[in-house]
Design a protein around this ligand. Sequence first.
Ligand SMILES: O=C(O)[C@H](O)COP(=O)(O)O
Ligand SMILES: [Mg+2]
Length: 413
Amino acid sequence: MNKLKILLVVGDGLGDRQVSILNAKTPLEYADKPVINSLLRSSMIGLMDPIGPGIVPGSDTSHLAIFGLDPRKYYNGRGSFEALGAGAILSGGDVAFRGNFATVDDNLVVIDRRAGRKIEEAEELVKELNQKIPEVQGVKVRFYHGTEHRVSVVLSGDNLSDKVSDTDPHEVGKRILNSEPTDNTLSAKRTANVVNQLTKLVYEVLSRSQLNEKRKAEGLPPANMVLMRGASIHRDLPKLKDYSGLKGAAVSATALIKGVCRSLGMEVVTPPGATGGIDTDYMAKARAAADLLKENDLVFLHIKATDAASHDGKVNEKVRAIEMIDKTIGKVLDTYGSDIIVLFTGDHATPVELKEHSGDPVPILLYVPTNIISDNLSDFNERSARKGSLRVVGLNIIDLLLNYSNRATKYGA
Ligand SMILES: O=C(O)[C@H](O)COP(=O)(O)O
Ligand SMILES: [Mg+2]
């Protein structure tokens, strides 16, 4: 049988709940989705628990599961994925962290965990940090900018450990945390000390930066802290091609996603104009995905805007991002052809009124152009998905894609 190409689309943080200003509709329910709904004639839809019912995923653990790697076995922290995606070259023993440019007050209490999110000066601030803090206690320090408020921090030196806790309190109104060793090794104690000393130096440098004086003069929140989380020493992961047979490529601007996909051996493309934000160039991403479909079995198209809008509580921007994802899928099908299978889902729910990830199941749509038993529903959203035939977890995705693209091998004789 002819093997079908696969377009896997993730709207980050897509899942939601009823939203009061949308007349109790969800953003997906409210959004105008002519392309997605045109696929329903030959689609199964339903609900996916990225990790398991009620478990609140991060984008990191969720994407490992969606690509078929059990995070319980393969996940050891977000930092190294973020750093790889932001351009760091990691050598064995380097400890990487995800960081947030954030705004803190004089008592180091977090006022804004993202310093306003759009930080035009981010690259310059990172350059200043790299110039002024090249090392701490003999440990080399490097900062890498991802997108928006996202910064990766890499520590290089002997006897370091990723068994250290976050300085990010994960909440506004809380003081930044002291990093603590999470095991009783000397290397963990040493690393925690370096992180705490580094945090003091970062605050000193950023508080004195002229760039933050400028931000304050413009009424913008100063990016006067880097909150650190997800310490990890990178470990090699199995490659998608080896365990699934799928030659895969990804289109993304988001450091975490680029790092995960690179770790799986996928080609990663960030087309000019792709920003990882609500202002991304959707059509550029669509063209890149269509082009990659020529040489790949699977193309993964990641859209971060739905999550960014959700975390910022911006309902209309989440609806608009979903409508742009609809157009993006349409552009890929118009450009490459519609004889491909399309799986569209989210990596977790980020209810826009909650402004945080939740453990709710996420709607999933699987369009198969050949003869399948379609659910024949008329709209794709969290409510209609409850009437669909799919009820899966993230770890089922690759097997579903292999089966419906005519690539699955028999389990058994
Ligand atoms: O946007 C991201 O990087 C994560 O999904 C959320 O991280 P943040 O809450 O620190 O922005
Ligand atoms: Mg996410």
